[in-house]
Every structure is written in structure tokens, then in C-alpha cells.
Design a protein around this ligand. Structure first.
Ligand SMILES: [Zn+2]
Length: 258
């Protein structure tokens, strides 16, 4: 080997060793989850850290979605609030989320039909109800003030939650009460979806549908996942059994109960 070639060869080998050593020393990136709730949690972590991955919106992607149809992996029932856009806060792209948005993340017949469409026709395997901090619809329900137009019809969906909390937790007032109504309203909406929809119950009983509920914190950008009552705790059982530790139960203790 000529001297120059030899030097170059040694340099390449040395660089290779350096890269290999660097690889060994660098922290291993966490694998991207493939199951629906894990994908949402992963995407939200990226969002909260300001590290959004870009999502394809090019013509080929759009063409594929048009010709092959949509296959969203999660239904998100969330508030219409402009600060809580599901695709952004979960870092998802076109065709990923089937989003049903209405102020106060309540459910009425039309929303329920939308959810049923996704469950039955698109085979979407996860329903997430997402509340958020500083929710105007919840504040309106808690205030009990007179409302104009169609607002009373909307707020009427949240009022039973407020009434229930007044009865069970009379000491709760102000921001503490609003925070709690936000959480309980998520559980209430899940319960309503489950109770009112034969289709949802059928898919759940077949093991083809899971539920999750969360509260998005406006400033932190993080979704706090709530402990849910039966039958909505399937994802929690799954994570407890997959980790084989008591971590999930410790997290439960942190979550508030009604
Ligand atoms: Zn809201």
C-alpha cells in the first residue's frame, strides 16, 4: 500500500472506531411505541419538549390516503379550544387521528355517531377523551351564570358533573373545583359514550376497543393520563402487566379519584 493510501486507510479505520465508540457511549434512543396509546404518549412527549417530528403532507401521502382510504389509530374527543389541537399536541399526521371536537369535550348524538363511524367502519381501536386546563365551557358550567344562545344546551352536559362534585366534595371551590370538574367531565364523557352506544360496547366486549382519558395542561404542553374506573382501565392493566412492576399502581395513587 502506498504511504498516502495507507494514511487515508488508517484515518478511515480510526474514524470508524470513533463512531463505533461514540455509538456505544451515546444513550440508546427509546424505541418508538407501536401501540396506539403509546404512540400518543410518545408524540405528546416530543411536543412538550418542543421536538416535533415533521409529518408528511406531500402529494404522495395525500394520494395514498385518498386511494387507500383512512385508517386512523385513535379517536380523540376533545374540546374545540384553539389551544388544544390534537394533531399537534400528539405530533401526528394526516390520516392518524379521527378527531371529534366540541367545546367542553361533551358527547351528544351527532358526536356519538361520528365515534361509532370510526369504531365500526374504520376499525379504530382506541377512544381518547381529552379535557384541558382553563376550559371555558367547564368554567361556564361551574359559574352557573346565565348564558346566551345555544350555550345552555352545551353546558347542560357538564352540569351533572358539577352537581355531583358539589354533593360529594362540598369543600371544593374556585380553581380546585374547576380542575376537578375538568377531570370528572372526561370520565363522564367516556361513561356516556359507553352507556349510550351499543356499537362501542360491542367492540369493547370483543376486545377490539380500548379507552383512555386525559387532561392537557396548557402551559406545560403535557397530557396527564387519568386513572379511569371500570371498564375504561384496560390500557392501565396492560401497562401494569407489561412492566411487571408496581409503577402503574404507584401512578394510580397519585391520580385523584372521585
Ligand atoms: Zn375547553
Amino acid at each position: 500500500m502506498k504511504p498516502l493510501v495507507k494514511v487515508l486507510a488508517v484515518g478511515v479505520v480510526a474514524a470508524g472506531v470513533g463512531v463505533a465508540a461514540g455509538r456505544m457511549l451515546a444513550p440508546q434512543p427509546k424505541p418508538i411505541p407501536t401501540e396506539p396509546l403509546g404512540k400518543l404518549q410518545y408524540g405528546n412527549d416530543l411536543f412538550a419538549q418542543g421536538k416535533l417530528l415533521s409529518q408528511p403532507v406531500d402529494e404522495m401521502t395525500r394520494y395514498k390516503l385518498e386511494t387507500e382510504g383512512q385508517k386512523p389509530f385513535a379517536i380523540i374527543v376533545s374540546c374545540a379550544d384553539s389551544r388544544v389541537p390534537p394533531e399537534l399536541i400528539f405530533n401526528q399526521g394526516l390520516g392518524d387521528l379521527f378527531v371529534v371536537r366540541v367545546a367542553g369535550n361533551i358527547v351528544n348524538a351527532e358526536n356519538l355517531a361520528s365515534i361509532e363511524y370510526a369504531v365500526e367502519h374504520l376499525k379504530t381501536p382506541l377512544i381518547v377523551v381529552l379535557g384541558h386546563t382553563h376550559c371555558g365551557a367547564v368554567k361556564a358550567a361551574v359559574s352557573g351564570k346565565h348564558l346566551e344562545g345555544h350555550l345552555p344546551q352545551l353546558v347542560a352536559h357538564i352540569e351533572p358533573v358539577v352537581k355531583q362534585l358539589h354533593a360529594t366534595h362540598p369543600h371544593l371551590k374556585g380553581d380546585a373545583l374547576i380542575e376537578r370538574v375538568v377531570e370528572e367531565n372526561v370520565r363522564h364523557t367516556l361513561q356516556t359514550i359507553y352507556q349510550r352506544s351499543d356499537i362501542v360496547r360491542h367492540y369493547y366486549e370483543q376486545g377490539k376497543l380500548e379507552f383512555a382519558g386525559g387532561v392537557y395542561h396548557l402551559r406545560e404542553g403535557k397530557v396527564e393520563w387519568l386513572k379511569l374506573p371500570e371498564p375504561f382501565d384496560s390500557s392501565e392493566e396492560k401497562s401494569a402487566s407489561s412492566t411487571g412492576s408496581s409503577a402503574a399502581h404507584a401512578a394510580d395513587a397519585h391520580s385523584s379519584h372521585p
